[in-house]
Design a protein around this ligand. Structure first.
Ligand SMILES: *Cc1c(COP(=O)(O)O)cnc(C)c1O
Length: 561
């Protein structure tokens, strides 16, 4: 039967089962929405390189997240991004079922093998409810990533958590640990409890939970009325309330109560999580990115020549100083040309290769504050008179995030307003390929989140792998990566400074313009040797540490073993 041979090789030995609602495999497989999914993909890629015995579980999301279209005013429309799993994956010969709203929902699965050049391989199991015999409604449960309402979301989480455990079992995987990447998959712990006769200690020993949410309101909660309606199979309300909260089912709390190892994704984020959930022990494993994936072909070639083995041992990047400066500069110029050519092809903006180019691309949502750089247009103009700058933006807003969509329109208005003075573009339909092009092709990577909402952030780590310098608010990973003027620059106050919201924002805006005007622009145009030092340090002091190989070794020694 189809799939059986593909499965033989990956079934060997005990595995860590890594559950994630989204996984960024590649642009052609649109089963991710942003950083969480790309991190899951990088986790899997590093595990494959390092031969860590992992199996990943997600939903097939075969109508994708969405394809973004923007009109001339920046109004976003969302088109479904249907893709054909059979082009990339093998159907597996097993079916399992879960009971939802009193109906038996059958689940099948696809297998995608993430293979490494080292010979390692991580199987990804993608659950799919588009099975004959299921009702029309149930066939659509695994269609859209983060689609629909709470009702739809909870059904997806039942399929992912409970269905996922059953599928691994049916396929013959021997699982030694269950790792929940964010709370979406926490119903897996309910399934484990039911199997183990409610032996909480036993279940806790099996579970690992990584939280990604730094604010109380960000933790998904479901009304028990809804839970009772949908979770009709061994849905023991007593158990759910005991571990998930008395009023509403708090997924993070449920996962937290049933995991022996819990971590946040940066040091700062673990401290904040500790405050949200007092009494729990929340460790820190700082995120990283997959070095090879996020390094441009131009720097790959350079690293291959001077630092052979770097891709599987990114620590070797510490020796970037041994690469002649002119070769580093040439690699950066080539990456910049690739981006600028693509920008001009898509937009006709006529950007050039010499101008200091600033990039900003991430999900368009309020806390990321994508318009902070436009806070004071006069000061921005002043910067641009000191030395020309050009700006490249990209990012999708969630279909229901009206504030996020308004941000895109706002950026379009600034583009219009500054026309003729400054070249600014907003690229349509941000995805992994565009991210790779942008984080390698700009000179400066801008990040202006509202603290402490950025639990980690990872795009700046990708930039560092390409010698692109970070200019960022001190939140998430940058608190750990930042050395002023050495690895990049900060925007706004340090963590321990006690300022009001208003004071903080003033400080951020002042830093943003002052550092551009007095430090960044002059250095870029007049002191290339100093800029090259920052490029070198981004690679040798930032990328060498903020990579997912280091991160996965930590997960192995601290959480998995
Ligand atoms: C890396 C990446 C992100 C995450 O970016 P942040 O800076 O962490 O917000 C989001 N989307 C895509 C496509 C990415 O590649």
């Amino acid at each position: 039967m189809a799939g059986t041979e593909d499965l033989q090789g990956v079934l060997k030995g005990q595995k860590v089962a890594y559950f994630s609602m989204e996984i960024g495999i590649k642009s052609e497989i649109p089963t991710y929405a942003g950083g969480l999914g790309v991190l899951a993909g990088d986790t899997i890629r590093s595990a494959a390189d390092l031969k860590i015995p992992l199996v990943a579980v997600t939903l097939v999301s075969n109508k994708g997240y969405f394809r973004q279209a923007l009109d001339a005013s920046g109004n976003q429309t969302e088109n479904k991004e249907e893709w054909e799993p059979s082009r990339f994956m093998t159907p597996l010969p097993k079916e399992v079922s879960v009971n939802i709203q009193g109906r038996e929902v059958r689940i099948r699965a696809w297998l995608y093998n993430c293979k490494s050049l080292t010979g390692g391989c991580v199987p990804i199991i993608l659950l799919d409810t588009d099975v004959e015999g299921n009702s029309e409604e149930d066939r659509g449960i695994t269609d859209f990533l983060y689609g629909g309402d709470y009702h739809y979301r909870l059904k997806q989480e039942i399929v992912l958590g409970i269905g996922g455990v059953r599928m691994l079992d049916a396929l013959g995987f021997k699982v030694r640990k269950y790792h929940m990447n964010e709370g979406h998959s926490c119903l897996l712990a309910l399934e484990l409890l039911n199997r183990n006769g409610l032996d909480v200690t036993g279940v806790k020993d099996l579970c690992i939970f990584t939280t990604h949410t730094p604010v109380e309101a960000g933790h998904d909660k479901f009304d028990y009325g809804l839970v009772e309606e949908l979770l009709t199979e061994r849905g023991d309300m007593e158990v759910l309330k005991r571990f998930g909260g008395a009023d509403r089912l708090n997924l993070s709390l449920f996962a937290l109560n049933l995991s022996n190892y819990v971590n946040g994704v940066t040091k700062r984020h673990s401290h904040i999580s500790q405050e949200i959930f007092p009494g729990y022990k929340i460790q820190a494993i700082t995120n990283g990115v997959h070095s090879y994936t996020w390094t441009s072909p131009f720097f790959r070639e350079l690293y291959d020549r001077y630092l052979p083995g770097w891709a599987n041992e990114p620590e070797l990047l510490v020796r970037v100083g041994g690469i002649p400066d002119d070769e580093v500069w040439t690699a950066h110029r080539k990456a910049k040309k690739a981006l600028i050519d693509e920008v001009n092809r898509q937009t006709g903006a006529g950007m050039d290769y010499e101008t200091l180019t600033i990039g900003f691309a991430r999900r368009m949502t309020e806390y990321k504050r994508s318009t902070l750089i436009f806070s004071d247009l006069e000061r921005l103009r002043k910067v641009n008179r000191r030395g020309k700058i050009q700006l490249i933006f990209a990012g999708k807003a969630h279909p229901k995030d009206e504030a996020g969509k308004a941000l895109i329109r706002e950026i379009f208005r600034y583009i219009e307003e500054l026309k003729g003075e400054m070249k600014i573009v907003f690229l349509e339909n941000y995805d992994m390929d565009m991210a790779a092009l942008m984080v390698s092709g700009v000179d400066l990577w801008l990040n202006t989140p509202h603290r402490p909402y950025e639990a980690s952030g990872t795009s700046g780590m990708k930039a560092a792998h390409n010698g692109v310098v970070n200019f960022s608010v001190l939140d998430g990973w940058w608190i750990e990566g930042w050395i002023e003027g050495v690895t990049g620059w900060s925007i706004g106050p340090q963590t321990e400074e006690n300022l009001t919201e208003e004071e903080c924002k003033t400080c951020e805006i002042n830093d943003l313009y002052n550092k551009l005007y007095y430090i960044i622009v002059p250095m870029y145009y007049d002191r290339k040797d100093e800029w090259l030092k920052l490029i070198n340090n981004s690679i040798g002091m930032v990328a060498y540490y903020f990579n997912s190989h280091r991160m996965m070794r930590r997960y192995v020694t601290h959480a998995y073993l």
